[in-house]
Design a binder for this molecule. Structure first.
Ligand code: PLP
Length: 376
């Protein structure tokens, strides 16, 4: 058997080589590398896919968060509510802006922000809420948006992991993840659901004033050439990445279907193990399975990981610490209420290889090795 990877970018390139090679050589022949028609076409196509009126491409998913926070006017002294169990980028950008990340706990089943805990975290300093649609499915947005409306807070969806997922609101309306709240952000890092071959990111919004502000901030604060209205930054997506993204966008829904089939096969193979708590599937969201992440309930997570590693099977811990447990954030972030679920998840979770190029026999092999670990 070939070496199994968490995400197999070599196998993917081999599969899509003719499309990728044509797309990239066309850009090089056209000689337009920053901005230009390829970037414009990609943003238009992504806007159609998401049904998002404004897409602002930028350099990476972390910049996208900073641009979104600044567009909402987050300033020193403000507070921003966010989950304690997540990737570091949102807390990092809030802290860099001189504002305070206010952490709340997450749900033990979906690992996403617990909407019931949002309102108690609101103070007079609260400016915004950042929700993170973790591992491939959305947060429960309706109750969060209700609190946001009541206190006039901006809501940002960090959608770096769940691009393509559908959120189904309580009125039955379906919308793409990242287009439900005021601003959505994403990353096109090579392992994300929509990937380029380097760095890239984007911000989405339906609000044309916010869109204009984000566009201005991403382009040196320019309202027009050499007319600087704000202290901005240089954050842009290049044409080669846009060309690769256009190829991957065409395959996006097939990739999602394939990852769902992999997840179903894992579920099937692992269902009988009482030591595992398999990934929950929300009623209000489809799951694009950016990660297949389960919980190991008896403290043997690290032993399982080591046993798999010794048999050539990679796995990852996303994430080994909650935000407030990270050295740099101990004094910067504030916690609101118990962080028990976040702390426990950091000890329990394990993510297995999942990607669109995975073969059925590889999935079965991994599930068999996990079973063998518990049943020996
Ligand atoms: C990857 C990721 C980011 C950061 O994206 P970059 O492009 O690496 O800056 C932010 N938030 C989440 C949830 C992510 O998974």
């Amino acid at each position: 058997m070939e070496t199994i990877q968490m995400v197999d970018l070599k196998r993917r390139y081999a599969r899509l080589k003719s499309e990728i090679d044509k797309a990239t050589t066309d850009v090089m022949a056209a000689g337009s590398f920053i901005g230009g028609p390829e970037v414009d076409t990609f943003t238009r196509e992504l806007g159609q896919y998401l049904n998002a009126p404004h897409i602002i491409p930028c350099a990476n998913g972390t910049d996208a968060l900073e641009l979104a926070l600044r567009a909402l006017g987050v300033q020193p002294g403000d507070e921003v509510i966010m989950p304690a169990f997540t990737y570091i980028a949102a807390a990092e950008m809030v802290a860099l802006l001189g504002a305070t990340p206010v952490l709340i706990d997450v749900r033990p089943d979906t690992y996403n922000i617990d909407p019931a805990l949002v309102e108690q975290a609101v103070s007079r300093q609260t400016k915004a809420i950042v929700v993170v649609h973790l591992f491939g499915q959305t947060c429960d947005m309706d109750p969060i948006l209700r609190v946001a409306k009541k206190y006039k807070l901006g809501v940002i969806e960090d959608n770096a992991q769940s691009l393509g997922a559908d959120y189904i609101s309580s009125d039955g309306r379906t919308r793409k993840a990242g287009t439900i709240a005021h601003i959505g952000t994403t990353s096109f890092f090579p392992t994300k659901p929509l990937a380029c071959y380097g760095d890239g990111g984007a911000v989405f919004t339906a609000d044309s004033q916010l869109a204009e502000r984000i566009r201005c901030l991403a382009n040196h604060g320019q309202a027009a050439k050499y007319d600087h209205r704000a202290i901005g930054r240089n954050s842009r997506l290049d044409a080669l990445q846009a060309a690769i993204l256009r190829v991957n966008l065409r395959h996006m829904d097939d990739d999602i279907s394939r990852r769902r089939a992999v997840a179903d096969r894992y579920d099937e193979g692992l269902r009988a193990l009482p030591w595992l708590r398999l990934p929950a599937r929300s009623k209000f969201s489809t799951h694009v399975f950016h990660q297949y992440t389960f919980r190991v309930s008896d403290g043997r997570r690290d032993a399982l990981r080591e046993a798999l590693r010794s048999q050539g099977i990679p796995s990852m811990v996303y994430y080994p610490k909650a935000i407030h447990e990270q050295e740099a954030y101990k004094w910067v972030a504030r916690t609101c209420g118990s962080m028990a679920e976040s702390v426990r998840l950091a000890q329990d979770v394990l993510s297995l290889p999942i990607h669109a190029e995975m073969k059925d026999e590889e999935v079965t092999h991994i599930a068999d090795r996990v079973k063998a670990f518990f049943q020996k």
